[in-house]
Design a protein around this ligand. Structure first.
Ligand code: DP6
Length: 344
């Protein structure tokens, strides 16, 4: 009995699609101990978001002479090298040289400090793993994603996630693990978008410059384990105030470190700063909210769910805030049907 092949399979195309959500670090990753393997100098801890996503399809097609990458419907040759490097990792494991077409879409602005590389590369690894039938464990998927972009290691999982620094030189112990389900402590995140432009200095370049030139690098590394211990305990105890204090501390420390690089890295604009003051004022008046900011000007206000509407309204009023996006905490990266890709 012969089995009918689908059109794609009959043509030698191996394809799959996946969705992943960005994650926001509460205890930040900044700095690499091995640039080639993308190993961090510190561990980090994050929350995976819900309603922001990247959807990616990957088609390994013997008819292609080179890899192709489309982002939001347009060829993106600037990002192609990075995508191709990630595909190379998957190909090396599969023992194939077949080129691939990768199509990705984000429902949020790319490259503006909203962690698009985290969700983007996590989705690519999950889709690539399925397309090539690699059967990678979740731990392996996290390691593969880490090699493509550090923070992507954490977007493989949902809820509260810790990425362990690891000690081994080969990076086999530097991967993320889920800590707590989103539903166990369903915090919300209100993102104040203060610019839709791509940031001038990406995270990779920024953290490498910081490591080379910032006088605070040693202090940053030395303080991280204590911050992680405090954050883990706060999450286990659902202690909002404790998590607020340690998260703002980690964020401000990361930016202080980057500000002191040469030339200094200034990711904030005036609206970023105003939002930070607004969040602090809200918290002082009893609203359970704190801020965190990554390598860009957007402010992520993390709050208890019942405070989200008030936080969103307050941030919307800040001059220079272009848009406000509210989201809960979300699930792990997952496979989707190919036709879901087009649905925005
Ligand atoms: C400020 O994961 O984008 O968002 O590993 O070089 O791709 P690469 O860097 P990336 O850096 C994220 C930095 C951060 C903090 C964090 O997410 O922990």
């Amino acid at each position: 009995m012969s089995v009918a092949l689908t059109g794609a399979a009959a043509a030698g195309i191996r394809q799959a699609a996946a969705q992943a959500q960005p994650n926001i670090a509460l205890i930040k990753y900044w700095g690499k101990r091995d640039v080639a393997l993308n190993l961090p100098v510190v561990g980090s801890l994050s929350i995976t978001l819900d309603s922001l996503w990247t959807r990616t399809s990957v088609q390994f097609d013997a008819a292609l002479s080179q890899d192709e990458f489309l982002l939001d419907g347009r060829r993106d040759d600037a990002q192609l090298r990075r995508v191709a490097k990630c595909l190379d990792l998957l190909r090396a494991r599969a023992g194939t040289h077949v080129r691939a077409r990768v199509e990705s879409s984000n429902n949020f602005p790319t490259g503006a400090g909203l962690a698009s590389s985290a969700s983007g590369f996590a989705a690519l690894i999950v889709a690539g793993n399925a397309a090539l039938d690699l059967d990678l464990s979740l731990a392996e998927q996290s390691i593969f994603a880490r090699r493509c972009s550090g923070s992507a290691a954490r977007s493989i999982f949902g809820g509260y996630v810790e990425w362990t620094r690891g000690k081994r030189d080969d990076g086999s112990d530097s991967l993320a693990n889920p800590m707590l389900d989103a539903s166990a402590w369903p915090l919300h995140v209100v993102v104040a978008i203060t610019s839709k432009r791509e940031k001038a200095i990406g995270s990779t370049e920024g953290m490498n410059r910081t490591a080379d030139t910032s006088p605070y690098q040693r202090a940053w590394i030395d303080g991280q384990e204590t911050d992680l211990v405090i954050a883990r305990a706060a999450i286990q105890a659902h202690d909002f105030e404790k998590l607020a204090d340690i998260s703002e501390h980690s964020c401000l420390k990361m930016h202080a470190l980057a500000l002191a690089a040469q030339p200094g890295l200034l990711y904030w604009n005036a609206a970023t700063m105003d939002c930070m003051h607004r969040v602090r004022a809200l918290r002082a008046s009893g609203v359970p909210v704190f801020f965190t900011i990554d390598a860009g000007p957007q402010v992520k206000a993390v709050c208890e769910p019942q405070a989200a509407a008030a936080v969103a309204a307050a941030l919307r009023e800040v001059p220079g805030v272009l848009d406000v996006v509210e989201t809960g905490l979300g699930p792990a990266a997952r496979l989707i049907e190919l036709d879901e890709l087009a649905v925005a």
